[in-house]
Design a protein around this ligand. Structure first.
Ligand code: HEM
Length: 128
């Protein structure tokens, strides 16, 4: 299940989804905001499949760390963990959005992005 896969994330993002300020960004609140942005859904899949490296700003706090890629997760596992983080700690899927599916993850594997390209993609989401 998503909660089981999330055990691989919680060392950094914490069981509470709050992260560690300045080191690991929060997923609580933040994932919901990303989902609400155009392109946010694909971006979230890319973070999990390809990792993320580059300065980002979340809730006024700057992060400039590196998240490793989790390409080794199956399409099902990746979809499950994305659904977990999208529906935990007060996050919910924006109205009209369905749960992530394995097919949706699989489709994004063709892109082959670098962690820096994923950071550039984040810039375009216009998050603030
Ligand atoms: C960023 C999810 C595992 C460290 C992110 C973001 C998401 C995410 C969605 C983007 C946040 C944003 O754009 O505002 C996950 C999930 C994981 C996982 C679902 C498990 C599959 C980890 C682990 C680490 C980590 C194990 C530490 C080794 C980071 C860091 C960033 C980040 C440092 C920010 C990178 C930067 O500053 O560019 N994570 N994460 N994550 N994650 Fe993870």
């Amino acid at each position: 299940t998503g909660a089981t896969v999330y055990q691989q994330c919680q060392g950094c993002h914490q069981t509470t989804g709050q992260g560690i300020p300045g080191a690991f960004p929060p997923l609580a609140g933040n994932v919901q905001a990303i989902l609400a942005a155009k392109g946010g859904r694909a971006y979230l899949i890319h973070v999990v499949l390809y990792g993320l490296q580059g300065p980002i700003k979340v809730k006024g706090q700057t992060y400039n760390g590196a998240m490793p890629a989790f390409a080794q997760l199956s399409d099902n596992q990746a979809a499950a963990v994305l659904n977990h983080v999208s529906t935990s700690w007060g996050n919910k899927l924006p109205q009209g959005q369905k749960a992530f599916t394995a097919a949706e993850v699989k489709a994004q594997r063709a892109k082959k992005l670098t962690p820096a390209q994923v950071a550039a993609e984040r810039q375009k989401l216009g998050l603030r």
